[in-house]
Design a binder for this molecule. Structure first.
Ligand SMILES: C[S@@+](CC[C@H](N)C(=O)[O-])C[C@H]1O[C@@H](n2cnc3c(N)ncnc32)[C@H](O)[C@@H]1O
Length: 239
């Protein structure tokens, strides 16, 4: 248990490699920690269960997770999966997808796909799509959002939960983070290729009709007393 924790920490301290393609860098970062990924992220990736509850997945819906990793987030609604028309889990990292395939062998109607979510398109339009802590790891995040919207049917729903920082001057009604928060968190997570941006949320709000937005703070393992900002967003694709 302790050994597994130390190996994940070691990988996080090494950080995301700086050379190779995006897919190669992901594989070399996640490969050594793939089997221990879930346990460590339980304490880091807050709001995933809340996101799937808000998505309120209904029988007969076509659902896609973009940047699904090990498929852990889908497990929060495992009892609903047999009622869905289809569930598609897409990721670019074979090591994490191997964990997702192991999980999904018990789930009907589920496909696990290795692809880049900035351009992957399923054969049918989806009712609901979501990113769970994936946008911050996608350099071309704006293409990923554009693609997610394109693969939804008109009126379809996109959900996102992720870390972020606010703008220095956010839009009315949105939280403003202090200058030290806006400096600390992107620097802290950037080492692991996690890009905490002030632009993701404004772009989502510009492209979609906002149905729900919750801006929160969460604890971070090994950083007592400090809280990282994250948001939960639900938006509707215009008809
Ligand atoms: C922090 S993990 C989150 C995984 C999962 N959604 C969860 O909540 O546990 C970020 C994921 O995004 C994936 N990813 C990054 N860039 C991607 C891309 N361009 N296409 C598909 N997946 C990508 C990574 O491989 C990784 O699995």
């Amino acid at each position: 248990m302790l050994g597994a924790e130390l190996r994940v920490l070691g990988q996080l301290l090494k950080g995301l490699p700086t050379s190779g393609t995006h897919a190669e860098r992901l594989e070399s970062f996640y490969g050594p920690q793939a089997t221990r990924y879930d346990a460590f992220r339980e304490r880091l990736l807050h709001g995933r269960q809340a996101l799937v509850e808000k998505l309120n997945l209904a029988p007969g819906e076509r659902v896609i997770e973009l940047g699904a990793g090990t498929g852990r987030t889908a497990e929060y609604y495992a009892e609903r999966i047999p009622t869905l028309s289809s569930l598609t889990l897409v990721d670019l990292c074979p090591a994490l997808l191997a964990q997702a395939r192991r999980r999904a062998q018990h789930w009907p109607n589920t496909q696990v796909i290795e692809a880049d979510v900035t351009h992957y398109r399923p054969h049918e339009l989806m009712d609901k799509a979501y990113f769970s802590y994936a946008l911050t790891m996608i350099p071309e995040w704006f293409l990923a959002i554009d693609n997610a919207i394109a693969l939804l049917r008109p009126g379809g729903i996109l959900g996102v939960v992720d870390f972020y920082v606010s703008r220095a001057h956010p839009a009315a009604g949105l939280r403003r983070h202090a200058a030290w928060q806006r400096a600390l968190w992107p620097a802290w997570f950037g080492h692991d290729g996690v890009n905490l941006s002030a632009d993701h949320l404004p772009y989502l709000r510009a492209r979609l009709e906002t149905l729900y937005l919750d801006e929160q703070l969460a604890s971070v393992p090994y950083l007592p007393g400090l809280k990282v900002p994250y948001y939960l967003f639900l938006g509707r694709k215009p008809n």
